[in-house]
Design a binder for this molecule. Structure first.
Ligand code: PLP
Length: 457
């Protein structure tokens, strides 16, 4: 099929929505270290997870199958925004005067405005068919909470969101969206849980963190049979669901007659990065394609992959979750209040951390001001206002394109524009007014938090 040489967007028909998610565990040269029970130190069993997650999700969490079929009710909801467009950033390329080709996959076309509904919908679907009545969750900036609230509305589930207090106060529009979808939103730490009350006793002014909000949501779910917990990132099944991004991108680049040399994504818990990268990485691991450079970009204020330790740690602050081996800044570390709220997590997806250790990913950290500058440059050429999180990927893509210009080489760069910034305009107002600061992470606080890592034999 011929494409005009100046094509800007590569669109697939609805019947090209992937029929299955891709599970990279089937192709890894070494298995991911097991998740451990915090009490016994032994690998956890599906039965240990049953109070928190639906059975189908637990099965996916531990599956070694390469392809996992996407249920047809999920695919038919995906049709509303999938296949998501792949764009060639021709005006950005021109503005940078680079010989590089820059492509971006745009996940901001979903109802919630990010990649998160790709996993919220199947999680709600599996919960509903197993008779779950209510899902609890945490949210930082509100991207995940609004995605789960949307999915809950489709499957008649009650959605109960613990929202990090600083965002609850600073981001009323995301909260309003969740409430419009019918969710109940509580500022965390709250007085509703032991975990929340304990934090408030020690730090009455606590502005909260994702680690605290996870503790609250997990505590509530564990107490009631008809309530389960849903997580928007980090876990294997979430990364699995996000592979629709990369699978579609593969097909779209084939339309373009191109293949990436460099794939870039921002990393909070690792799901949108894994979503775009894993299908390409799998092809490389199977020896089917040439090697690609995979670049994971995180905020300098929460440098989990670049400054954290690869060790067993808890996923939450109150230590209710199992122990996972991941890059971590320590479960008590509370990152600075940067505007990329979705990237403020002390840990990282164990699957992604493992692959970083295998040497397949280049982690990189950028400061807030550099990322906003990149986001504004992107908006002025491509017109789309990126989410502050996505600006980290934009920054790295621009850097790679500029390096091509310096070296006089033409590389093909693919990055994930994982969400729009329409709910984050206060951050852009502050940036334009010169009010944003670069906050370095505190090495001292990280050292303190890491000193509290659990002892694992
Ligand atoms: C949640 C979120 C992130 C961070 O989560 P990942 O699991 O690392 O993808 C990044 N960008 C946006 C727009 C988000 O909503």
């Amino acid at each position: 099929m011929g494409q005009p040489t100046d094509t800007v967007k590569y669109i697939l028909p609805e019947d090209k929505i992937p029929a299955a998610w891709y599970n990279i565990q089937a192709d890894l040269p070494a298995p991911v270290p097991p998740v451990l029970h915090p009490g016994t130190g032994q690998p956890i069993t599906p039965a240990d997870l049953a109070p928190l997650f639906p059975a189908a999700i637990i099965e996916q969490e531990v599956s070694q199958e390469r392809w996992i079929e996407i249920p047809s009710p999920v695919r038919s909801i995906y049709r509303q925004w999938r296949p998501a467009p792949l764009y060639r950033a021709r005006r950005l390329e021109k503005a940078l005067d680079t010989p590089a080709k820059i492509y971006y996959k745009y996940e901001g076309v979903s109802p919630a405005g990010s990649h998160k509904p790709n996993t919220a919908v199947p999680q709600a679907y599996y919960s509903a068919i197993e008779g779950v009545k209510r899902l609890t969750t945490e949210t930082g900036a509100g991207q995940w909470g609004s995605s789960l609230a949307f999915a809950g509305a489709l499957f008649n589930l009650e959605i109960h969101v613990y929202m990090v207090k600083v965002s609850y106060q600073q981001k009323p529009y995301r909260r309003a969206l969740m409430e419009a979808y019918g969710a109940r939103v509580v500022a965390s730490p709250s007085g509703e849980t032991n975990a929340g009350r304990e934090i408030l006793k020690q730090h009455p002014d606590s502005t909260g963190s994702l680690g605290i909000a996870i503790s609250e949501a997990v505590e509530i779910a564990a107490q009631d049979d008809s309530t389960k917990y849903a997580l928007g990132s980090v876990l294997n099944h979430v990364l699995l669901h996000q592979t629709v991004i990369g699978l579609e991108s593969l097909a779209q680049l084939e339309l373009a007659g191109d293949y990436p040399d460099i794939i870039i994504g921002c990393t909070g818990g690792g799901s949108n990065f894994a979503g775009i990268a894993f299908p390409f990485m799998g092809a490389q691991l199977r020896g089917e394609t040439p090697p690609v450079r995979f670049v994971a970009v995180e905020p300098a204020a929460c440098p989990t992959l670049t400054k954290g330790k690869y060790a067993y740690d808890y996923g939450d602050t109150a230590h209710l979750t199992p122990l996972v081996k991941m890059h971590t800044l320590g479960s008590s570390f509370v990152p600075q209040g940067i505007h990329a709220g979705g990237l403020r997590y002390h840990g990282m997806a164990p699957l992604l951390s493992h692959i970083v250790e295998l040497g397949l990913i280049e982690p990189r950290a950028h400061t807030q001001l550099d990322c906003f500058a990149a986001g504004v440059a992107f908006a002025r050429t491509e017109g789309i206002m990126p989410a502050p999180e996505a600006n980290h990927a934009v920054k790295a893509a621009i850097d790679e394109a500029l390096r091509c210009k310096e070296e006089g080489t033409s590389k093909t760069v693919l990055f994930n524009l994982c969400g729009h910034g329409h709910f984050d305009m206060q951050a852009y107002i502050d940036y334009q007014a010169g009010k944003l600061r670069d906050t370095e992470y505190s090495a001292e606080e990280v050292a303190m938090a890491l000193a509290g890592l659990p002892a694992v034999g």
